[in-house]
Design a protein. Structure first.
Length: 278
């Protein structure tokens, strides 16, 4: 008989509809379960377990009800309340459970069973709320981390673009300035002093660009497969040593050799003399 009633209650075929009596039982059961839940959110110091026991006993004795507890109403009631209200609900429910299990209070077995079932279902609902909050919190943290990574990636891209442009501008302007300075002073200073200046400026310019590009790679967490800067620095040092050595050895003989064997130097000897003068 009970199975038939439940089948009729949850049937969704168009040919069969819930009878008026079953609908009234459903609504009455729903109302009574909600009333029991509302009784459990009274302030703990004013809560009287005996009244809830009497309400449950009336529910059991009533014939205008379903043969089962609507746990969905309990879950809906718990989910809709604030954490503070849920805390009061659980505290009063525990107080009701202890009251019903006390043999001195003469609570019937049926009432005790319903109270235990309600308590068990409420604990399950609280676990569900806690798990949902944990999942939601983890999702928020994950979203924050992803957003932070995206923002950091955008910042790296901007820094990379600005660094590339800075390297290009530095190389271009430095090269133009470098060439212009050399050409303007080629006949005004000693060749050794000029070559040392050129070597030093090349050393500074190349190392500056190298450090800038390496910093760009480091910001983007990428390995650098650039040229070996040590070889370039050693080359600049060797060139500087050769120039200083030639300067110290006095290149007057080389000047005479150039004057005697190179045809263009014979036409302008005074420029060559000033060119090699220290």
């Amino acid at each position: 008989m009970q199975n038939n009633n439940l089948d009729a209650l949850f049937r969704t075929d168009e040919d069969s509809k819930m009878s008026l009596d079953e609908l009234k039982k459903f609504q009455n059961t729903k109302r009574r379960i909600k009333g029991i839940c509302k009784a459990l959110i009274i302030r703990t110091n004013k809560y009287k377990p005996q009244r809830t026991v009497e309400s449950i006993d009336k529910y059991i004795l009533s014939t205008n009800k379903l043969d089962r507890i609507l746990y969905s109403e309990i879950s809906s009631f718990i989910f809709s309340k604030e954490p503070y209200v849920r805390g009061v609900f659980v505290t009063n429910l525990e107080k009701l459970l202890l009251f019903s299990l006390d043999t001195d209070n003469n609570v019937t077995i049926d009432v005790q069973r319903i109270i235990v079932k309600i308590y068990d279902h409420v604990q399950l609902a609280l676990y569900q709320i806690e798990n949902t909050n944990n999942i939601f919190a983890d999702s928020i943290e994950e979203a924050k981390e992803n957003l932070h990574k995206q923002i950091k990636g955008v910042e790296k891209e901007y820094i990379t673009i600005l660094g590339i442009f800075a390297s290009i501008v530095l190389a271009f302007v430095g090269g133009i300035t470098f060439s212009t300075s050399v050409l303007q002073n080629i006949s005004a200073v000693s060749i050794f002093r000029l070559l040392l200046t050129v070597d030093f400026l090349a050393f500074v310019l190349i190392n500056t660009i190298y450090v800038l590009v390496k910093c760009i790679f480091a910001i983007n967490d990428k390995s650098t497969d650039m040229f070996n800067i040590k070889i370039v620095n050693i080359t600049c040092l060797v060139i500087a040593c050769v120039i200083i050595g030639a300067w110290l050895l006095n290149m007057d003989k080389l000047q005479s050799f150039i004057s005697n064997h190179l045809f263009w130097s014979k036409q302008q000897p005074r420029y060559i003399s000033s060119f090699w003068r220290i």
